[in-house]
Design a protein around this ligand. Structure first.
Ligand code: SF4
Ligand code: SF4
Length: 441
């Protein structure tokens, strides 16, 4: 057992398991008033949080209690949708032992799991545009990260990740899979051999990325593999190029401003107006301030996949503009600004049921129970960049034997990053600056 929680978390390579992979030892080193476990799981079809909460309730609460103490928070909340009554029941029974933890019930809307939306729901404070929850005294953490923190206190590093496999599969399920196996292997575990004519989404249908190459490998942040027909309308929309999107918007944007009206960040009072960005792009106006509002975009996808009556994608155009503004060093200036959520927010939340219909994924909206099958791969390809920050540096060399859980790449003390461990026992057969391959002898 390591000396303290942050050392354990750092040593064991924890990153935010549900998002971009921010190193947890950095996030949880801060002190705050409140810690929220983000159990909203607001992306349709993903079932990981629900399965962890029901199968690892005690471990999760113990891990959360340690995090609350570490951050010196006066209260911890588990923010979960009220529709999960059986999970809330189980949590409530265990919570009698913790007077510093409460359950916060959320309505079933998207994006309840956007951490800025969540902070406003739970503690009624708006995170400043371009800021983080800590700016208003709060830390938001992911369910699997909390479980990993508990495991870290027992000296167990992150070598596996919980993944819901769903979509065009007969028996959707949630598995705990070794990091570095291919999507192809993961699908095979779920009974899928033939992926002809299919593509997959790594992550949720709204924010996940489309993957064409099934030989790519899962990482610490892989939460879902959604197998879909390559002609599914969702895939067609998601893979449209920026050039196609720009052409489309020039001919079809009617400036109705529905994208702005339903934008969750706009409803939080942030200066983001996607319809204005579209106007500037479409008419070639030099309205720099209009373009600057793109910086507030969380890329939640509501405008692209739900609100626009003409199927346009302010999201994709915002992403392009954000990249350009980033290169030019333009940042959000929120100094001296007070943000207040719009009174209309409550009435403009997107019900997940309606979103599922709009995405045409209703037939995939099924349970994906935890399957405890322990897959033993013969080879894993482990990326050295599974987190925000600098890639980890390999500390092993070719032909070296390693055992599962052994440190194979380390974060530089001066840099933001995360340690990486062997997910299987075997021999290192390749090391380069991007990845390490381990094969069973
Ligand atoms: S909702 Fe669509 S049509 Fe309306 S302003 Fe936004 S991008 Fe244009
Ligand atoms: S993706 Fe669209 S709806 Fe979501 S934050 Fe960006 S502009 Fe707003």
């Amino acid at each position: 057992m390591l000396n303290n929680l942050i050392d354990s978390i750092k040593e064991c390579g924890l990153v935010g398991a549900g998002g971009a992979g921010f190193p947890s030892h950095v996030k949880l080193s801060a002190k705050c008033e409140y810690v929220i476990v983000n159990a909203a799981e607001c992306e349709p079809l993903i079932r990981v949080d629900q399965q962890i909460l029901i199968h690892y309730t005690k471990e999760l609460l113990e891990g959360f209690n340690l995090i609350i103490k570490q951050t010196e928070a006066k209260k911890g909340y588990i923010a979960i949708k009220e529709k999960h009554a059986h999970i809330i029941d189980k949590l409530s029974k265990e919570l009698t032992q913790y007077d510093n933890i409460e359950i916060f019930k959320l309505r079933d809307f998207y994006p309840a799991g956007d951490e800025q939306v969540m902070v406003n729901e739970v503690i009624n404070r708006v995170v400043p545009q371009g800021g983080i929850p800590l700016n208003v005294g709060c830390i938001v953490t992911n369910v699997e990260t909390v479980l990993n923190a508990f495991n870290a206190t027992k000296g167990n590093p992150v070598t596996k990740t919980f993944v819901t496999i769903t979509g065009e599969v007969s028996n959707p399920a949630t598995y705990r899979l070794p990091i570095g196996i291919s999507y192809k292997e993961a699908l095979k575990i779920c009974g899928i051999d033939n992926t002809q004519g299919k593509v997959l989404i790594d992550g949720g249908p709204m924010m996940g990325k489309v993957v064409f190459d099934f030989n790519e490998h899962i990482t610490k942040t892989t939460k879902a593999i959604i197998l879909l027909d390559k002609n599914h309308s969702l895939i067609r929309k998601k893979i449209m190029s920026i050039d196609q999107r720009l052409k489309q918007s020039k001919t079809a944007c009617i400036q109705c401003s529905r994208c702005t009206d339903l934008c969750p960040r706009n409803l939080l009072g942030h200066d983001i107006k996607p319809h204005r960005v579209m106007r500037v792009v479409n008419y070639g106006l030099s309205d720099f301030l209009g373009l600057k509002t793109a910086l507030g975009c969380s890329e939640c996808g509501i405008c692209e996949l739900y609100s626009c009556p003409n199927g346009l994608s302010p999201r994709k155009i915002n992403v392009m503009i954000k990249q350009e503004l980033g290169k030019a060093g333009v940042k959000i200036d929120n100094s001296g600004k007070n943000y207040e959520a719009a009174p209309m927010m409550e009435y403009r939340k997107i019900p997940v049921k309606r979103l599922i219909q709009r995405l045409d994924i209703k037939k995939y909206d099924r349970d994906a129970p935890l399957n405890d099958y322990e897959y033993k791969p013969s080879k894993v390809v482990i990326s050295l960049k599974q987190h925000i920050g600098a890639p980890a540096t390999a500390v092993v060399s070719e032909r070296q034997s390693v055992i599962e859980g052994e440190l194979i790449a380390k974060v530089d003390e001066q840099k933001l990053g995360s340690n990486i461990h062997a997910s299987i026992s075997g021999v290192i057969t390749s090391v380069n600056s991007h990845e390490i391959i381990i094969e069973v002898e």
